[in-house]
Design a protein around this ligand. Structure first.
Ligand SMILES: Nc1ncnc2c1ncn2[C@@H]1O[C@H](COP(=O)(O)OP(=O)(O)OP(=O)(O)O)[C@@H](O)[C@H]1O
Length: 254
C-alpha cells in the first residue's frame, strides 16, 4: 500500500439482501484529499459510504483503511478508528438541546474529553454556538447541518463521510460547509462526499469518482473534470451520467 492512500476499495461487491449494488468496485483515495462521488440516482454512491461505515458488509472484496482490512467492522470499531459519517437528511435529536446533541456525539469519548472538545468545535460554528441551549429542532436547516458536522468533528475524524450536505441549505450556507470541508482536508482529514451540487463541489474537491450501476466509470482530478466541456452533458441537468460508461473519458487511477 502506498503511504498516501487512506481508503481503498478492492474488488468490492456489496448490496442489500440478494440484490448487489456495488459490483467489483475498486478505487483508492489519498489521505487529506476531498473526493466527490458522482453518478446517476441509484448508482450506489450512498452505498459506498454505508459500506465504508460498516452499515453494509461486503460480500466479496476488501475495504481498507490505512492498509488495514476493515470490511465488516462494526460502526463502533470504525468510529474508534476515526471514521465519521454524516448521513443524508436530518439526523439530530430535535427535542434535545444543541449541547446535548454534541454530548451524544462524543459518547464514545467519555464526558471529560467531550466537554473539552465541544468549545473547539463550536468555534467553527458561531451561529450554532449562540444557540447552545436551544432545542436542536429550533435551528435553521443550515445550522442543523453545521451541528451535525460539528458533532462528527468531535471525534477528530481522520475520515469524514458526508452524504448530500447541501440539501435544504441556502447557497451561502453551502459555501460555508464546503469551506469547512476544505479546511478539514488541509488539516489532514480525508473527505469522501456525495453531492448533487456538482460544479460547486468539484471546485473544492481534489478528485472525482463516478459510478454507474455500482461500477467505476471515471476517477480523475476534479480540476480536469471541471475543465471538461462535456461536464454539463455528463453530470448536470438531470444530474446523471449520460449514455453509458463508453461515453465517459477514460478512467484514470490516482
Ligand atoms: N436499505 C435498502 N434496501 C434495499 N435496497 C436499497 C436500500 N438502500 C438503497 N437501496 C437501493 O440500492 C440502490 C443504490 O442506492 P444508493 O442510495 O447507493 O444510490 P445513490 O447513487 O446514492 O443514489 P441517489 O443519488 O438517488 O441517492 C438503489 O437502487 C436503491 O433503491
Amino acid at each position: 500500500m502506498a503511504d498516501d492512500i487512506c481508503i481503498e476499495f478492492d474488488d468490492v461487491v456489496a448490496g442489500y439482501k440478494d440484490f448487489m449494488i456495488l459490483n467489483n468496485l475498486s478505487f483508492k483515495i489519498k489521505r487529506g484529499s476531498i473526493t466527490l462521488l458522482l453518478g446517476p440516482n441509484g448508482a450506489g454512491k450512498s452505498t459506498v459510504l454505508k459500506t465504508l461505515f460498516g452499515l453494509l458488509k461486503p460480500r466479496q472484496g476488501r475495504v481498507l483503511l490505512d492498509g488495514e482490512d476493515i470490511s465488516g467492522a462494526t460502526q463502533k470499531a470504525l468510529l474508534a478508528k476515526g471514521v465519521a459519517f454524516v448521513p443524508q437528511g436530518r439526523n439530530l435529536f430535535g427535542q434535545l438541546t444543541v449541547f446535548q446533541n454534541l454530548e451524544l456525539g462524543g459518547i464514545t469519548l467519555g464526558t471529560k474529553t467531550t466537554h473539552e472538545r465541544i468549545p473547539e468545535v463550536l468555534e467553527l460554528f458561531p451561529g450554532v454556538k449562540e444557540r447552545l441551549h436551544s432545542q436542536a429542532s429550533a435551528l435553521s436547516g443550515g445550522e442543523q447541518k453545521q451541528l451535525e458536522v460539528g458533532r462528527a468533528l468531535l471525534l477528530r475524524p481522520k475520515v469524514l463521510l458526508i452524504d448530500e450536505p447541501s440539501i435544504g441549505l441556502s447557497p451561502l450556507v453551502v459555501q460555508d460547509v464546503f469551506k469547512l470541508l476544505k479546511k478539514l482536508a488541509s488539516q489532514g482529514t480525508t473527505v469522501l462526499m456525495v453531492e448533487q451540487n456538482v460544479k460547486s463541489a468539484l471546485k473544492i474537491s481534489d478528485d472525482a469518482i463516478a459510478l454507474e450501476s455500482g461500477q467505476l466509470v471515471l476517477h480523475k482530478p476534479a480540476a480536469e473534470l471541471l475543465a471538461d466541456p462535456n461536464i454539463e452533458r455528463l453530470f448536470l441537468g438531470g444530474g446523471h451520467v449520460s449514455g453509458s460508461a463508453h461515453a465517459l473519458p477514460a478512467t484514470t487511477e490516482s
